[in-house]
Design a protein around this ligand. Structure first.
Ligand code: BTN
Length: 235
Protein backbone atom coordinates (compact mmCIF):
# COMPACT_ATOMS: atom_id res chain seq x y z
CA UNK A 1 0.00 0.00 0.00
CA UNK A 2 1.24 3.49 -0.76
CA UNK A 3 -0.23 6.92 0.01
CA UNK A 4 0.88 10.50 0.66
CA UNK A 5 1.19 12.07 4.09
CA UNK A 6 1.68 15.69 3.02
CA UNK A 7 4.84 15.53 0.92
CA UNK A 8 6.05 12.19 2.30
CA UNK A 9 5.26 9.09 0.27
CA UNK A 10 4.38 6.25 2.61
CA UNK A 11 4.76 2.56 1.76
CA UNK A 12 3.35 0.15 4.34
CA UNK A 13 4.36 -3.53 4.19
CA UNK A 14 2.85 -6.53 5.96
CA UNK A 15 6.35 -7.72 6.86
CA UNK A 16 9.96 -6.72 6.19
CA UNK A 17 13.30 -7.88 7.56
CA UNK A 18 14.11 -4.35 8.68
CA UNK A 19 12.55 -1.10 7.43
CA UNK A 20 16.02 0.50 7.72
CA UNK A 21 17.53 -2.17 5.47
CA UNK A 22 14.70 -1.73 2.96
CA UNK A 23 15.14 2.07 2.99
CA UNK A 24 18.91 1.67 2.52
CA UNK A 25 18.30 -0.44 -0.61
CA UNK A 26 15.88 2.16 -1.96
CA UNK A 27 18.43 4.92 -1.35
CA UNK A 28 20.58 3.51 -4.17
CA UNK A 29 18.02 4.67 -6.77
CA UNK A 30 16.74 7.72 -5.03
CA UNK A 31 15.95 11.21 -6.19
CA UNK A 32 17.12 14.05 -4.01
CA UNK A 33 13.75 15.74 -3.67
CA UNK A 34 11.91 12.59 -2.56
CA UNK A 35 10.79 12.04 0.99
CA UNK A 36 9.86 8.47 1.73
CA UNK A 37 8.47 6.52 4.66
CA UNK A 38 8.72 2.72 4.75
CA UNK A 39 6.86 0.91 7.49
CA UNK A 40 6.12 -2.71 8.27
CA UNK A 41 3.47 -4.27 10.49
CA UNK A 42 6.19 -6.62 11.72
CA UNK A 43 9.93 -7.07 11.19
CA UNK A 44 11.83 -10.33 11.20
CA UNK A 45 15.31 -8.76 11.49
CA UNK A 46 14.63 -5.49 13.29
CA UNK A 47 17.87 -3.79 14.30
CA UNK A 48 18.64 -1.60 17.29
CA UNK A 49 21.69 0.49 18.08
CA UNK A 50 25.03 -1.10 18.94
CA UNK A 51 24.28 -4.26 16.97
CA UNK A 52 21.30 -5.16 19.14
CA UNK A 53 18.15 -6.63 17.73
CA UNK A 54 14.79 -4.89 17.90
CA UNK A 55 12.12 -7.48 18.53
CA UNK A 56 9.24 -6.46 16.27
CA UNK A 57 5.93 -8.30 16.81
CA UNK A 58 2.60 -7.25 15.26
CA UNK A 59 0.95 -4.24 16.86
CA UNK A 60 3.89 -1.91 17.44
CA UNK A 61 5.19 0.71 15.03
CA UNK A 62 8.30 0.24 12.89
CA UNK A 63 9.13 2.81 10.23
CA UNK A 64 12.03 4.45 8.44
CA UNK A 65 12.30 7.84 6.80
CA UNK A 66 14.49 8.16 3.70
CA UNK A 67 15.31 11.74 2.69
CA UNK A 68 18.11 14.16 1.95
CA UNK A 69 19.28 16.68 4.50
CA UNK A 70 22.20 19.01 5.09
CA UNK A 71 21.74 18.68 8.86
CA UNK A 72 24.41 16.66 10.68
CA UNK A 73 23.66 13.19 12.11
CA UNK A 74 23.97 14.67 15.63
CA UNK A 75 21.40 17.36 14.86
CA UNK A 76 19.05 14.79 13.38
CA UNK A 77 19.25 12.62 16.50
CA UNK A 78 17.91 15.49 18.63
CA UNK A 79 15.35 16.57 16.02
CA UNK A 80 14.01 13.02 15.77
CA UNK A 81 13.85 12.39 19.51
CA UNK A 82 12.05 15.70 20.11
CA UNK A 83 9.60 14.98 17.31
CA UNK A 84 8.72 11.60 18.83
CA UNK A 85 8.13 13.26 22.19
CA UNK A 86 5.96 15.94 20.50
CA UNK A 87 3.95 13.23 18.74
CA UNK A 88 3.35 11.28 21.95
CA UNK A 89 2.33 14.51 23.73
CA UNK A 90 -0.26 15.14 21.00
CA UNK A 91 -2.03 11.95 22.13
CA UNK A 92 -1.53 12.52 25.85
CA UNK A 93 -0.18 15.83 27.09
CA UNK A 94 0.88 15.07 30.67
CA UNK A 95 2.91 11.88 30.54
CA UNK A 96 6.28 11.71 32.37
CA UNK A 97 8.17 11.61 29.06
CA UNK A 98 11.94 11.90 28.82
CA UNK A 99 14.72 11.49 26.29
CA UNK A 100 17.62 9.38 27.51
CA UNK A 101 20.66 10.80 25.72
CA UNK A 102 21.16 10.39 22.92
CA UNK A 103 17.99 8.86 21.61
CA UNK A 104 15.90 6.60 23.80
CA UNK A 105 12.34 7.69 24.51
CA UNK A 106 11.20 6.92 28.05
CA UNK A 107 7.97 7.15 30.00
CA UNK A 108 8.52 7.10 33.73
CA UNK A 109 12.05 5.75 33.22
CA UNK A 110 10.94 2.92 30.93
CA UNK A 111 11.86 2.71 27.26
CA UNK A 112 8.93 3.08 24.83
CA UNK A 113 10.82 4.00 21.68
CA UNK A 114 14.19 3.90 19.97
CA UNK A 115 15.88 5.55 17.02
CA UNK A 116 18.47 4.19 14.58
CA UNK A 117 19.93 6.83 12.24
CA UNK A 118 22.08 5.71 9.32
CA UNK A 119 23.76 8.05 6.85
CA UNK A 120 23.73 6.88 3.24
CA UNK A 121 25.72 8.27 0.32
CA UNK A 122 25.02 11.79 -0.99
CA UNK A 123 23.59 13.21 2.22
CA UNK A 124 20.69 10.73 2.21
CA UNK A 125 19.60 9.64 5.65
CA UNK A 126 17.65 6.69 6.91
CA UNK A 127 16.00 7.37 10.25
CA UNK A 128 14.47 4.22 11.73
CA UNK A 129 11.98 4.53 14.55
CA UNK A 130 10.45 1.82 16.71
CA UNK A 131 7.59 2.72 19.06
CA UNK A 132 6.01 0.31 21.52
CA UNK A 133 2.39 1.13 20.77
CA UNK A 134 0.83 -1.95 22.37
CA UNK A 135 3.53 -4.22 23.75
CA UNK A 136 6.97 -3.88 25.30
CA UNK A 137 9.46 -6.49 24.07
CA UNK A 138 12.66 -6.72 26.06
CA UNK A 139 14.97 -6.88 23.00
CA UNK A 140 17.34 -9.26 24.74
CA UNK A 141 18.75 -6.50 26.95
CA UNK A 142 17.68 -6.02 30.53
CA UNK A 143 16.30 -2.52 30.88
CA UNK A 144 12.85 -1.26 31.92
CA UNK A 145 10.36 -1.18 29.06
CA UNK A 146 6.75 -0.05 28.62
CA UNK A 147 4.20 0.53 25.86
CA UNK A 148 1.97 3.52 25.15
CA UNK A 149 -1.05 1.31 25.87
CA UNK A 150 0.30 0.85 29.43
CA UNK A 151 -0.31 4.60 29.79
CA UNK A 152 -3.75 4.57 28.14
CA UNK A 153 -2.39 6.20 24.98
CA UNK A 154 -4.32 4.95 21.97
CA UNK A 155 -2.73 5.85 18.65
CA UNK A 156 -2.99 4.00 15.35
CA UNK A 157 0.21 3.44 13.40
CA UNK A 158 -0.94 5.90 10.72
CA UNK A 159 -2.01 8.62 13.16
CA UNK A 160 1.28 8.32 15.01
CA UNK A 161 3.33 8.65 11.82
CA UNK A 162 1.22 11.68 10.78
CA UNK A 163 1.77 13.48 14.08
CA UNK A 164 5.44 12.56 14.07
CA UNK A 165 5.95 13.97 10.56
CA UNK A 166 4.12 17.16 11.49
CA UNK A 167 6.46 17.62 14.48
CA UNK A 168 9.54 16.62 12.45
CA UNK A 169 8.82 19.19 9.71
CA UNK A 170 8.49 21.87 12.41
CA UNK A 171 11.58 20.86 14.38
CA UNK A 172 13.86 20.48 11.35
CA UNK A 173 13.32 24.21 10.60
CA UNK A 174 14.78 25.20 13.99
CA UNK A 175 18.31 26.35 14.70
CA UNK A 176 20.45 23.89 16.65
CA UNK A 177 20.38 26.26 19.63
CA UNK A 178 16.59 26.14 19.71
CA UNK A 179 16.64 22.36 19.42
CA UNK A 180 18.96 21.99 22.40
CA UNK A 181 16.85 24.49 24.36
CA UNK A 182 13.79 22.35 23.64
CA UNK A 183 15.68 19.15 24.44
CA UNK A 184 17.03 20.06 27.87
CA UNK A 185 13.72 20.15 29.82
CA UNK A 186 13.10 16.63 28.48
CA UNK A 187 16.52 15.21 29.30
CA UNK A 188 16.67 12.12 31.51
CA UNK A 189 18.91 12.64 34.58
CA UNK A 190 19.95 16.21 33.77
CA UNK A 191 21.85 17.61 36.81
CA UNK A 192 22.15 14.13 38.27
CA UNK A 193 24.92 11.56 38.52
CA UNK A 194 25.00 9.25 35.52
CA UNK A 195 27.12 6.50 34.02
CA UNK A 196 27.90 6.61 30.30
CA UNK A 197 28.66 3.37 28.54
CA UNK A 198 30.71 3.48 25.36
CA UNK A 199 31.73 0.09 24.01
CA UNK A 200 31.93 -1.27 27.56
CA UNK A 201 34.06 1.61 28.73
CA UNK A 202 32.21 3.39 31.54
CA UNK A 203 32.57 7.01 32.66
CA UNK A 204 30.59 8.52 35.51
CA UNK A 205 29.85 12.06 36.62
CA UNK A 206 27.15 14.69 36.79
CA UNK A 207 25.24 15.39 33.57
CA UNK A 208 25.46 19.18 33.42
CA UNK A 209 24.34 20.00 29.89
CA UNK A 210 24.82 19.71 26.15
CA UNK A 211 27.39 21.81 24.26
CA UNK A 212 26.90 23.68 20.97
CA UNK A 213 27.96 20.59 19.00
CA UNK A 214 25.41 18.38 20.73
CA UNK A 215 27.95 16.58 22.92
CA UNK A 216 27.05 15.67 26.48
CA UNK A 217 28.89 17.54 29.25
CA UNK A 218 29.84 15.44 32.23
CA UNK A 219 31.34 16.90 35.38
CA UNK A 220 33.66 14.33 36.84
CA UNK A 221 35.65 15.34 39.93
CA UNK A 222 36.86 18.81 38.91
CA UNK A 223 36.93 18.22 35.17
CA UNK A 224 34.29 18.70 32.54
CA UNK A 225 34.38 15.87 30.03
CA UNK A 226 32.77 16.11 26.60
CA UNK A 227 31.09 12.90 25.48
CA UNK A 228 30.26 12.48 21.82
CA UNK A 229 29.24 8.85 21.72
CA UNK A 230 27.83 6.17 24.01
CA UNK A 231 24.64 6.04 26.01
CA UNK A 232 23.48 6.83 29.53
CA UNK A 233 22.94 3.64 31.50
CA UNK A 234 19.57 3.11 33.15
CA UNK A 235 19.82 3.47 36.92
C1 BTN B 1 17.43 1.35 19.58
O1 BTN B 1 16.86 1.88 20.54
O2 BTN B 1 18.35 0.52 19.75
C2 BTN B 1 16.99 1.69 18.19
C3 BTN B 1 15.80 0.89 17.74
C4 BTN B 1 15.35 1.24 16.34
C5 BTN B 1 14.28 0.28 15.85
C6 BTN B 1 13.68 0.72 14.55
S1 BTN B 1 12.22 -0.19 14.12
C7 BTN B 1 12.22 0.52 12.55
C8 BTN B 1 13.66 0.57 12.07
N1 BTN B 1 14.04 -0.70 11.46
C9 BTN B 1 14.97 -1.32 12.16
O3 BTN B 1 15.48 -2.42 11.85
N2 BTN B 1 15.30 -0.61 13.25
C10 BTN B 1 14.57 0.63 13.31
Amino acid sequence: MSCWLNDWQWFDFAELGSTNDYAATQSLSFNSSSKMIYSAKMQTKGRGRRGRSWVSPLGNLYFSQLFFSRRTPVELVYITALSIVDAIRFFSSDLPLQIKWPNDILIDGQKVGGILIEKMQNEAYVIGIGINLVSAPQNGVIYPVASLTDYQVKASRKDFIKQYLFAFETNIQKSFDEIITDFLPNAYKLNQEIIINNNNEKVSGKFIGIDEQGFLLLKSKNNIITINTGEILFS
